[in-house]
Ligand binder design. Structure first.
Ligand SMILES: Nc1ncnc2c1ncn2[C@@H]1O[C@H](COP(=O)(O)OP(=O)(O)OP(=O)(O)O)[C@@H](O)[C@H]1O
Ligand SMILES: [Mg+2]
Length: 511
């Protein structure tokens, strides 16, 4: 209640606005020498979508860990609807207040949707799990929140966006009405993002509040009403999105005025006699058919399309990460066998894989070990890379890609998501490849680091590497000499440099 004076001089008592659904006050958190959060605050009002933005390593995921009770802050306080947060050990109480849907799903792929929804609280009949009741309850829950997914589907067969909706439904069934989405769109294509946003809006209308983390600032304007910016572990500003145009938002994130240059091919022409370094001929595999293209030295070729278009299958085949059943891949005229990473490495293919956790990094190893891993593999079991050389290479990577880390010896698992992605890029480059295959290379990377990373790609082109960029992200494709579009496993269009965003998006979406 607030005391207010009315014009006649009497003191009136009026209710304040509804309490924020969640509030963090003066929250600090250190990891050894790293200050991850320094006296940070945030206040999220009910029935809103509130964006949390900041550069890689700014502290966003750390704050999420604290808001979900997975980590305790060194100092500060969390309140839900005005009441103090439950003790860390009381998981059930936290679950009834808040949930976070991560990029890396917590759904168990080998269980059905129904089993995932009621894991550890299955309905029982005389001590036995009642499967019909389980399915019924799951269906009712999915219907209540309008999630059109079969309760009998194997969770691992669901598309990422459907999996996210199942996770949201599960959180809501525990009573939580505050859901955190940590980079939910990083693995989704245009259509899937539209679908997720439509569901977010519906849920918001039904009384659900979101905290939304994304490096795609246009998404912040599309689905959020308020935004909080963190920079270097500190709170910089909280404001309605309408009051913070994009230029000022980026300024708050970076601490400087930025003019984001749009990368383009600058009218460069490729030497007509540049040798072909990558030759893919009539390639067919699980989700692509009869795909042919070449990439010459000093050329950047893009391949785009929806996530299900087969573009990733093609890229993985070229990188040795996936098989093919017909056709050929030649690297500098030498045949590449299917599904053989060591062979691809030996022939000079460097790769940023789609999934940095499954195919990219060894989380339990250091930044330095991960960066130089491909060199060790290339040298073979008896190969040896001198510690001094290893350190030098790692430091180069840290500087040129702007990795926020304590140093080469820090474990990769201790880096923020975007900084892990930069290490994957550094690793792809360390083996001095002649062909680079980059799959969604800037996923999870902040606006400014994106520039640095794409700058490195341009440098690689100038050094005469053949580069294949396979991405759904227009920014990644701007520097390409040509962009091929795939749909249903086949190449359906080619766009020369100079395409407009509209034309490319229309082509990707098949309109
Ligand atoms: N378990 C940990 N041990 C040591 N340092 C950590 C740990 N987790 C995070 N950090 C450090 O805390 C800082 C903040 O990391 P955080 O993951 O919160 O960043 P973020 O804003 O989510 O970045 P991104 O956009 O890259 O995901 C980083 O410097 C990171 O290296
Ligand atoms: Mg993060």
């Amino acid at each position: 209640m607030a005391e207010v004076e009315d014009p006649s001089g009497r003191t009136l008592v009026r209710p304040l606005d509804a309490a924020p659904i969640v509030e963090a006050i003066g929250v600090s958190k250190r990891y050894g020498p790293t200050v991850a959060l320094d006296n940070v605050r945030i206040r999220v009002d009910p029935d809103q979508s509130h964006a949390l933005v900041g550069r890689n390593g700014a502290g966003k995921s750390t704050l999420v860990g604290i808001l979900t009770g997975l980590r305790s802050p060194d100092a500060g306080e969390i309140r839900f609807s005005g009441a103090p947060a439950p003790p860390i050990a009381d998981r059930a109480a936290w679950r009834s207040l808040v949930a976070c849907v991560y990029q890396h799903s917590t759904i168990i792929p080998n269980l059905t949707v129904a089993e995932n929804l009621f894991i550890n609280r299955q309905p029982t009949e005389r001590g036995l799990i009642s499967w019909p009741a389980l399915r019924r309850q799951a269906r009712a829950l999915l219907d209540r929140w309008n999630v059109s997914v079969s309760e009998n589907a194997r969770a691992g067969d669901l598309r990422i966006e459907a999996r996210q909706l199942v996770e949201i439904a599960r959180a809501l069934s525990y009573g939580a009405r505050f859901i955190i989405l940590d980079e939910p769109t990083a693995q989704l294509d245009g259509e899937e993002i539209k679908g997720l946003f439509a569901r977010m809006r519906e849920l918001q209308a039904a009384g659900v509040t979101f905290l939304f983390i994304s490096h795609h600032l246009q998404e912040v304007y599309e689905v959020c009403q308020a935004v909080t910016v963190l920079r270097d572990a500190r709170h910089i500003i909280s404001a309605p999105v309408a009051d913070l145009p994009k230029g000022r938002l980026i300024e708050a994130m970076t601490g400087e005025q930025v003019h984001l240059p749009t990368a383009d091919t600058g009218g460069r022409t490729l030497a007509a006699d540049a040798p072909v370094a990558l030759d893919v001929h009539n390639l067919s595999g699980e989700d692509f058919t009869d795909v042919s293209f070449t990439v010459r030295r000093g050329e950047i070729l893009g391949i785009s399309g929806a996530t299900s278009s087969g573009r990733i299958g093609v890229a993985e085949a070229v990188a040795g990460l996936g098989g093919f059943t017909a056709g050929t891949i030649r690297i500098d005229q030498k045949l590449l066998p299917p599904d053989d990473v060591p062979a691809a490495l030996a022939l000079g293919v460097g790769c940023v894989p789609k999934s940095r956790h499954k195919q990219g990094l060894v989380l339990s190893q250091s930044v330095g070990d991960n960066t130089t891993m491909t060199i060790n593999r290339k040298l073979g079991p008896l190969g040896f890379i001198a510690p001094r050389r290893k350190n030098e290479l790692t430091r180069q990577t840290i500087v040129s890609l702007g990795v926020v880390t304590e140093g080469p010896d820090q474990l990769v698992s201790r880096l923020s998501g975007g900084n892990q992605q930069k290490v994957v890029m550094g690793r792809a480059l360390a083996s001095a490849p002649s062909v680079l295959v980059l799959m969604d290379p800037t996923a999870g990377v902040d606006v400014k680091s994106k520039e640095a990373l794409l700058g490195v790609v341009e440098r690689m082109r100038q050094e005469g590497k053949a580069i294949l960029v396979v991405s759904g992200e227009l920014e990644d494709l701007r520097a390409c000499d040509r962009v091929l579009i795939m749909r249903h496993g086949a190449i359906v269009a080619e766009h020369k440099a100079g395409w407009t965003d509209n034309a490319l998006v229309a082509s990707i979406e098949g309109i």
